[in-house]
Design a protein around this ligand. Structure first.
Ligand code: PLP
Length: 391
């Protein structure tokens, strides 16, 4: 038995059987490339669900985490910390005006859970508007606003509050979805898990207008689309809407678990001691990682690189089994002429790792933000070599 198969079996023997796993077991990475124990090298066009913002082995992230773990690996929010202070200042500056305050957590779901809690505390509302096909995480509140969770995997006996799902990109459905007691509307500006589906700017503007009318907060869930991945710091800016809250995670730590709720001074001023809390959120190692990620995105021009690589994918990858490209920046969906699974599997046989989505015809790309042009060319060549018949 090869080492990768043995590893899969060992893991399956002692972990819950909730993940179907690929026939590739990476043990190290460098740049955008992964290597398994037998020396097989695979181009990572999926980035661990959009986490590996800087790829693997980036010296800035390695140095920051290494230095922090040796000096002060952990202290909670009971004491101030210079690394946390720096991460908050950098992240809010990255988000731009009017954002000035952050609350740090450990994951995307936890960021959304706290964003919703802020909206309920601030408005006194009891209801949330979410968008059909949106995904917001697996905790009780985050999955209550996730399309289809109730039918498929919600698992809890009740949702914690009322939710109305509004049809995607249907402006005429917006007005009636809101109530006088709506606390928030939560939106992924580009729906990631759904298959890199863009929400149209007019639709997002109308959602924001209606939210304002009833006094609800607009939450942009940028857990997947944020941190420059869309070709702008946060994808909501493509629509011209300024949200009240942005949530971030995944790419934010470049591989170190973390998340953030980013908001304005006005909203921050209404929170009191004890309203929100976490042990690990904003810990020194996570803060050092966030700092390194934001500094590197700025220094290496990775927001612009995401936009440039998108253009390259659009120009070169509509070949072989691919009929069109959707999404923004490096959150892209390759629409296949047939089932995406067959294309994903064919690409992996050619040593390129990609992902699937809720749409059975979409292969999803979430590569590192510092992806090289040669790697996109490599993907295009591999796709051209896959016969349409694969699908
Ligand atoms: N929100 C969006 C848009 C996501 O794509 C995800 C995860 O895929 C989440 C929230 C949940 O993030 P996490 O898995 O870190 O809890």
């Amino acid at each position: 038995m090869d080492i990768s198969t043995a590893t899969k079996r060992e893991e399956a023997a002692h972990t819950l059987p909730v993940y179907p796993q690929l026939d590739f077991v990476p043990v190290s990475g460098d740049g955008s490339w992964l290597t398994d124990a037998d020396g097989r090298r695979v181009l990572d066009m999926y980035g661990g669900h959009a986490v590996a913002a800087l790829g693997y082995n980036h010296p800035a992230l390695l140095d920051a985490v290494d230095k922090q773990i040796r000096t002060l690996p952990f202290q909670s929010n009971i004491v101030a910390n210079p690394v946390r202070a720096k991460a908050a200042a950098l992240l809010t500056a990255f988000a731009g005006e009017p954002f000035s305050h952050a609350f740090f957590v450990n994951s995307g779901a936890e960021a959304n859970e706290n964003a919703l809690r802020i909206a309920f505390l601030q408005t006194g509302g009891k209801h949330v508007v979410a968008v059909e096909h949106g995904f917001h995480g697996r905790t009780a509140a985050a999955s209550a606003v996730t399309w289809g969770a109730k039918e498929k995997w919600y698992g809890f006996p009740n949702a914690p509050f009322d939710v109305t799902f509004v049809k995607r990109n249907r402006c005429d459905a917006i007005a009636s979805a809101f109530r006088e007691d709506t606390a928030a509307v939560i939106v992924e500006p580009v729906q990631g898990v759904a298959g890199a589906k863009d929400l149209c700017p007019t639709y997002l503007k109308k959602l924001a207008e209606r939210a304002k009318q009833v006094g609800a907060l607009f939450i942009a869930d940028e857990v997947q689309s944020g941190m420059g991945r869309s070709g702008l710091p946060f994808a909501i800016s493509h629509s011209g809407v300024t949200p009240d809250i942005i949530t971030a995670a995944k790419s934010l730590g470049g591989g170190v678990a973390c998340g953030a709720v980013i908001t304005t001074a006005e909203i921050a001023a209404q929170r009191r001691f004890g309203d929100l809390g976490t042990t690990f959120g904003g810990g020194p190692v996570a803060a050092a990682a966030m700092t390194a990620v934001v500094e590197t995105i700025n220094k290496e021009g990775l927001v612009a690189n995401a936009a440039a690589r998108e253009a390259q994918v659009r120009e070169s990858c509509v070949v072989g089994p691919i009929e069109s490209v959707q999404g923004k920046g490096l959150l892209l969906g390759l629409r296949c002429k047939g089932p995406a699974r067959a294309v994903r599997d064919a690409l992996l046989r050619k040593n390129i790792l990609t992902g699937l989505s809720g749409d059975p015809n979409i292969v999803r790309l979430l590569p590192p933000l510092n992806l090289d042009p040669e790697d996109v060319a490599h993907l295009a060549d591999a796709l051209a070599d896959i016969p349409d018949g694969t699908c």
